[in-house]
Each structure stands twice: as structure tokens, then as C-alpha cells.
Design a protein around this ligand. Structure first.
Ligand code: HAM
Length: 420
């Protein structure tokens, strides 16, 4: 172990790249804020039981990928592998669903943890922005969430993403399908582990990435053909609302998700420039989750978009975000008196919202101007003894190199006007 190395599967976000990361988070959240979603934050760890019951005892996430541990006090906890179970737990605990305003709409942003085999786009700590609409069964809500994600990606300039849509049925029709699928899978030439999976969670087998398995799955029964009338009508309405909104999607009858709580609508956002880790986001309806974790019946729907993969998708498309410069003005004092005066100017400029930095450490003009250049500032404010004696500062345009004196008592207004 090297103490100066981030743990395997993690990475640091550092300037200047971190600015794009932050901009992606903000851009994903923006449409949610205009659609009535309130911000929620939950702990980074929860009782392990919440995820075991919520995400599913037989999922890879729970059986293989969870950072679970016992505390010194003997409590079994796990770092959160996802946000939905936590957000629903928090809403139930605070009785938000009883306030008479359903659905409860919440959005969140944070780090999640899965002990996966790291590769490009797959990390052990990753970042999601998510949204959950709790306590309403309405196809317009499913459509709303898909439209908001589409808006978020588009606002960032992403174009090469696709929306895959499916319905996983409900407690009426899924068991019938499950049995049919199991019957089909039992007749295939599968290894022991896959056969076991077929008994516990047959839908997951459809998601097997191995070519020899996929070849055998060609004639597998599809849930689409087993949906009950209510699920079929619900799904058609979601599709119609998306079409009316001009949001393109692809029906994907084999789309299954890696979490067990889904019912009816499920969707994934995939980006074709990302190789094997192509899902930039995913979600769906989870009408039974509340009851699974001990709450009342609360049909709900939500999604989470992966921030790390969205940043990679932007890179793959060559989209450079228009991130505002960290520094607009860089102040360069020459001498003690100038340092005191300019430091005051810097504080006033910042109060006025102008991003301003200062040459610290008593550097000479040459070194300080080099730093001003590196900062990306549009202007430098330079002052020496002679300038102060004349009651001025020098305002230097870092692009053209032009410099002009500005009266000290008018400097804040002048700089703001120059930047406008
Ligand atoms: P998920 O599909 O497991 O869904 O994760 C959502 C997104 O998080 C993925 O599409 C991907 O972009 C990102 N992601 C997941 N694992 C990793 C990883 N190891 N490294 C990098 N990015 C990753 C959920 O988490 C559900 N809670 C979504 C949801 C909300 N469903 C209903 N409401």
C-alpha cells in the first residue's frame, strides 16, 4: 500500500477537471428543481438490512458488491450502494407521505459504493444525481422523469445517448412470466451457477453478457407477451406521453435491471461512446419497495444518472462544457503598501461577485504575472508605489496586453463594467 495513492477503484477530482464534474451535477439537477423536486440528503451508510430487503438478497449488488461492516457496537451497516432505498426510508421515517401531498418528489446527489471490478467507467466510489417520486401511480410521472433526464443530457450537449424502455409487469403478471421463463431456461445448456440463478432470479439470466448464453436465449419468452391488461395499458400510456413530448426511445423487451425492486416501467440511458460500461443512467417504477422495507403501499418511480459516466460520455462526444473561469481578475501588488490597498480591493470585488485572486507570497512582477496568466484571469490589477501616489491602479487586459490607469475609488465599478 502506498499512503499517497487513492484506494483501488477510486479517484480524486482535481481542478481543472473537477469543474466539469460539478457542472454536470448542477446541470442534471436543474430540470428537477423546475419540476417540483426538493433536495434530500441521507447518510452515506445505512443498516445493511435496508439494502438486503430493498435492493434484493440475490442481486450482485447485495451478495458481492456491498461494503458491509459491523461497528464496534455490533451494528451491521453498509455503505450505500444506491440511493433509492435510503431516500424511501428517509421519507417514511419523516412521514412525508402522510403530509397529504403525494407524490413526494425528492432529488439527491452524492457518492455511492460498490465493490466491483474497476475499469474505465466502473468505480468503487461513484457519483449519482437521482430523483424519486414517491406515492403515486400515474404514467405521466414515469414520463416526466424520463423527459427530465432527456432534458438534462441535452442541456449538457449530449446527443449520442439512447433511451431503452421496457415494462417488467407487476405482481399479477410477472410470476406467470417468471415460471414460463424458468421452464425455458431449464432446457438450456447452462453452467451450474447460471442454473442456480435461473431458479432464484430468472430475469437476471436475460442480462447475461456472455455470447454463448445470449445465443441460447434467442427464443426465450418475453415479458412483453405476458403483461396483464393493466400493465399493458399503463405502459402504452407512458409510451404515448413520451412520443407526444418528442422524446425518442427504443423498446427493449430484454431490458432487466440489476436491482430487484422494479415493477412496470424500467428504462436505461445508454451512450454508445462508452464501450462496455455504456449505461449513463437508469431507473424505473418500484411499486412494492415501500412494503418490502416495512412501509405502507406507496407506488413510486425514479432514476439515478451516473455523473462519472456522463462526464466520460461528454468526453467521448468531444463536448467541452462552457465552465466559467475560476478567476476573472488577478491582483498583483508591488510592495507593502500596495499589498494592503489591493487586498482591500480584492475583498470588495469578491463581495460584488467578481471572481478575484491575489498574488500571495511577495512575488516580483514577473512571477506574479506568470501566475495571473495561469489563473485564466481576464484582467490583472497591478499597483506599485507610484500608482498609489497618483491614486490609481493599472488595469491590464490579459488578452490584448493593453494597460490603463483606473482611479482607485472607481476601480470596482470600472472592473465590473469591463467584465460585463
Ligand atoms: P443503477 O442502474 O444501479 O440504478 O445506477 C444508476 C447509474 O449509476 C448507472 O447507470 C451508472 O451510470 C452509475 N453507476 C452505477 N454503478 C457504477 C459504478 N460502479 N461506477 C460508475 N458509475 C456507476 C440505481 O442505482 C437505482 N437506484 C436508480 C433508481 C432510482 N431507480 C429508481 N430510482
Amino acid at each position: 500500500m502506498n499512503a499517497f495513492q487513492a484506494p483501488k477503484g477510486t479517484y480524486d477530482l482535481l481542478p481543472p477537471d473537477s469543474a466539469a464534474f460539478l457542472a454536470v451535477r448542477t446541470a442534471i439537477a436543474a430540470p428537477l428543481r423546475t419540476a417540483g423536486y426538493g433536495y434530500v440528503e441521507t447518510p452515506a451508510f445505512e443498516h445493511v438490512e435496508l439494502f438486503a430487503r430493498g435492493v434484493g438478497e440475490s442481486t450482485d449488488i447485495v451478495t458481492k458488491e456491498m461494503y458491509a461492516f459491523s461497528t464496534k457496537g455490533g451494528t451491521d451497516l453498509a455503505l450505500r450502494p444506491e440511493g433509492t432505498a435510503s431516500v424511501l426510508r428517509a421519507a417514511l421515517e419523516a412521514n412525508l407521505h402522510k403530509a397529504g401531498n403525494l407524490p413526494v418528489k425528492l432529488w439527491y446527489s452524492g457518492s455511492y459504493y460498490r465493490y466491483e471490478r474497476p475499469q474505465k467507467g466502473r468505480y468503487r466510489q461513484f457519483s449519482q444525481v437521482g430523483a424519486e417520486a414517491i406515492g403515486a401511480e400515474d404514467p405521466a410521472l414515469d414520463a416526466e422523469l424520463i423527459i427530465l433526464a432527456d432534458q438534462a443530457y441535452r442541456s449538457l450537449g449530449l446527443r449520442e445517448f439512447r433511451i431503452l424502455l421496457n415494462s417488467l409487469g407487476d405482481k399479477e403478471c410477472r410470476p406467470v412470466y417468471r415460471e414460463a421463463l424458468q421452464g425455458f431456461l431449464r432446457g438450456l445448456d447452462l453452467d451450474e451457477e447460471t442454473l442456480r440463478r435461473a431458479e432464484i432470479n430468472p430475469l437476471r439470466v436475460l442480462d447475461d453478457k456472455r455470447a454463448d448464453v445470449q445465443k441460447q436465449l434467442v427464443g426465450a419468452p418475453l415479458l412483453r407477451d405476458y403483461l396483464c391488461d393493466a400493465c399493458k395499458a399503463y405502459h402504452e400510456e407512458v409510451r404515448a406521453l413520451l412520443t407526444a413530448a418528442g422524446v425518442a426511445f427504443e423498446d427493449d423487451a430484454k431490458l432487466v435491471r440489476g436491482l430487484d425492486y422494479y415493477t412496470r416501467t424500467t428504462f436505461e440511458f445508454v451512450h454508445d461512446g462508452l464501450g462496455s460500461q455504456s449505461a449513463v443512467g437508469g431507473g424505473g417504477r418500484y411499486d412494492g419497495l415501500s412494503e418490502m422495507i416495512g412501509g405502507p403501499a406507496l407506488p413510486s418511480v425514479g432514476w439515478a444518472l451516473g455523473v462519472d459516466r456522463t462526464v466520460l460520455a461528454l468526453e467521448a462526444e468531444g463536448v467541452v462544457l462552457d465552465v466559467p473561469s475560476a478567476t476573472d481578475v488577478y491582483a498583483v501588488p508591488l510592495g507593502e503598501e500596495a499589498r494592503r490597498v489591493l487586498f482591500g480591493v480584492v475583498t470588495r470585488l469578491r463581495e460584488e461577485g467578481v471572481a478575484t485572486d491575489f498574488s500571495y507570497g511577495g512575488k516580483g512582477l514577473k512571477g506574479a504575472m506568470k501566475n495571473a496568466n495561469r489563473s485564466g484571469a481576464r484582467y490583472a490589477l497591478v499597483a506599485g508605489e507610484r500608482d498609489l501616489a497618483e491614486g490609481v491602479l493599472q488595469l491590464k487586459d490579459m488578452e490584448s496586453g493593453e494597460q490603463r490607469p483606473v482611479a482607485l475609488d472607481a476601480v470596482v465599478e470600472t472592473v465590473k463594467a469591463a467584465l460585463a
